[in-house]
Design a protein around this ligand. Sequence first.
Ligand SMILES: [Zn+2]
Length: 187
Amino acid sequence: MGSRVYAGRTATTRTERVVYSCPCGERFAAEVWRAVDARDQAEAKKLQDGSLNQVRCPSCEARADVQVPVVFHDGAAERLVLVLPDGMRHRELEERAALFTQLAEDGVAPPAYVLGADVVFGAAGLRALLAPPASEFEAQSEPSHPAVRTAEQPMLAIVDERRDKSGPALSLLPSLQDDETPAPQPH
Ligand SMILES: [Zn+2]
């Protein structure tokens, strides 16, 4: 028991060759990522910003996203995530089943976190899932991040502001000033 990192092929960084049909009529072979280990930081970063499986047509030079499921594996954090493209929101159960079929074919005993794999949709879904423990990943794409982390402080500031505003009005009624009830504290 204890922590054990899954070493099966399904969760190991790998690519797959596909043929992409560009709207311009050109067909071309492209290499797309089907699994990314978190230790492969460049690919993991691209998976999280949605640029991992972008291809460029050799004929018209248009860029396109190849919409394939990608397995994200962070063994150190004991996390396996199936990242489905937004266009596969209707196929979660099928893709979960396909993942488990692949895991079965690995022939490697899976730790609990592999059996409890998360499913998210798109890079945004993955960022949202990873955000709380690994805040540095979203730091660059989310400038409002510091405000989120200190969410309690702005709330207190609002309460203080409200008190200040009610101050002058209450001072006209000396009888009320003393038993002014404190604004409710956020919990
Ligand atoms: Zn093209």
